[in-house]
Structures are given as C-alpha cells and as structure tokens.
Design a protein around this ligand. Structure first.
Ligand code: MG
Ligand code: MG
Length: 264
C-alpha cells in the first residue's frame, strides 16, 4: 500500500481548523436530531431539521445529490437515516419510528471548502438489553480507534483492536463499507477499514496531518450486507439482524488525535 500512502494529502493546522468548523455543524445536527428521536417521529422530519441547521450554518449538505453507480437516482436527502437492519445509506421517509427501534443518523457537511462527517446510532424509546449492548459496543469500537491513533502507528494495528472488540461480543464487522480520508472532499484516500485482512489492504501510516472519517459499522448477527430494495441505496444486513454505526472525523496530531466532530 506504499502508493496509496504516498497519495494521502496531509492537512495544515489551518485546514484542520476549517474541518473542525464543518465538524461543529455536523455535531450540532447529530445533537439536535438525537434529542428529536422518539416514537412517532419520522426520519423525514429528522432530515428536514438537519437541512435547516445546515442551511443556517452556511454549509452544504454533502450527501444530497451524490450519485452511486448502483443507485437508480442521486441521494435525495441531507442525512442518511438507517433503521434497525439498515446499516448505511437509508433514505429518510414518512414512516414513524417505533419504540424499540434503533436509528443511525449520518451527516456530512462542507463549510468554507472543508468537510466534516459523523454518525450516531440512537435508541428509540426503550430498547432490549441486547440491542443496547450493540450500541454500546459499537460506540466503544469508535472510542478504541480514537484512543489508539498515534502518529507513527500503522492503521492496521488500530483496526485489529476495533475488530477484536466487536467480535469479542459476537458481533459482525461490515467489510463492504469502511471509513475514508476526508478534507476538501468527503471521500479522499486512504480507505479506513474497521478490520484487518491477510492482504494488508487498507494499511497505512498515521502521520500528523492525516485526517480520517473513522466509522465502525457493527452487526448483531452475521456481517454480510445486501441492498434492501431497488433504489440501489439502502444497505441492510443479509440476515436482517440489526446494525449500529458510529463515526467521527479526526486528525492525527504530533502527539495523538484531535476529534473534529465532537462539538468543541
Ligand atoms: Mg458519514
Ligand atoms: Mg464517512
């Protein structure tokens, strides 16, 4: 992966501050939507509020209008809203959330030319202990990544610890989707997998100025995913077990890591 490493664009301190400003907007969206999540609210209502917040901030919603080779139409919303067995890329709709559901909200914003991208999975009302454990472990997997990122370290070492934590509880780690470099573009090099493989795909050196969207996607059952419907967007677990998704945009610093989507 030497070639890929060479193409990772390192960011200056000024660029990282611009990414933090974008990240603040993303954080505000996720905080406000988290407070709105309750039985009866629709994901379309969450999306409408997200759109207002992004517009008021002067930012641009990054997901709206995105094209994907397998999708039948450009992504139509500001947020991805993925409920229960939906892993990522759920399209907001008028279906009300029900008690015991979980909803993953993913939001990306560009502000003054720089991007922030983050996601959280929220419980809707009271959820079963097993579902709560899925949320807690997935949040912990992201926290492990943030704790373990150090300049000079290989991503592979961090990914191994993330994978181990999820699998320790019998959960699956999605392979088809992963995190990514981020900066002026939402998706930059490198790919940032949440697992390790023998081919050492997705390994790279963490260097000061490397900016990443780290985003574990963890399943309660098997890790395999499929497209849910003919939109070509919504990704669900093949066994229809539930999935959780937590994401933050981070910068590698001289001494460790700086989280750019934590609202500071
Ligand atoms: Mg995201
Ligand atoms: Mg992302």
């Amino acid at each position: 992966m030497v070639a890929a490493t060479a193409r990772i664009v390192l960011k200056s301190a000024r660029e990282i501050e611009l990414m933090r400003a974008a990240g603040r907007v993303v954080h505000r969206v996720l905080e406000e939507l988290g407070r709105m999540v309750r039985p009866g609210v629709t994901t379309a209502e969450l999306d409408a509020r997200a759109e207002e917040i992004v517009r008021e901030s002067g930012g641009i919603a990054l997901f709206k209008g995105v094209r994907h080779p397998q999708a039948r139409f450009p992504f139509p919303a500001c947020i991805c809203a993925s409920v229960n067995e939906e892993v990522v890329h759920g399209i907001p709709k008028d279906r009300p959330l029900r008690p015991g559901d979980i909803i993953s909200v993913d939001c990306g914003v560009r502000l003054k030319g720089y991007c922030g991208d983050a996601a959280r999975t929220f419980p809707v009302g009271a959820v079963s202990p097993d579902v709560q454990r899925l949320l807690d472990v997935t949040r912990e997997v992201l926290a492990i990544a943030i704790r373990e990122i150090q300049p000079g370290r290989r991503w592979r070492e961090v990914a191994r610890l993330m994978q181990r934590r999820a699998e320790e509880d019998g959960f699956g780690v999605v392979r088809e989707f992963c995190g990514h470099g981020i900066g002026q573009q939402m998706h930059e090099l490198p790919n940032v997998p949440n697992y390790v493989d023998r081919q050492r795909n997705g390994d790279f050196e963490l260097r000061p100025g490397t900016t990443l969207a780290v985003e574990p996607m963890v399943t309660a059952g098997r890790a395999d995913v499929v497209l849910a419907d003919d939109s070509g967007w919504t990704v669900v677990t093949r066994d229809r077990s539930r999935a959780a998704h937590f994401e933050d945009t981070v910068a590698v610093t001289e001494s460790g890591v700086d989280v750019l989507t934590d609202g500071r």
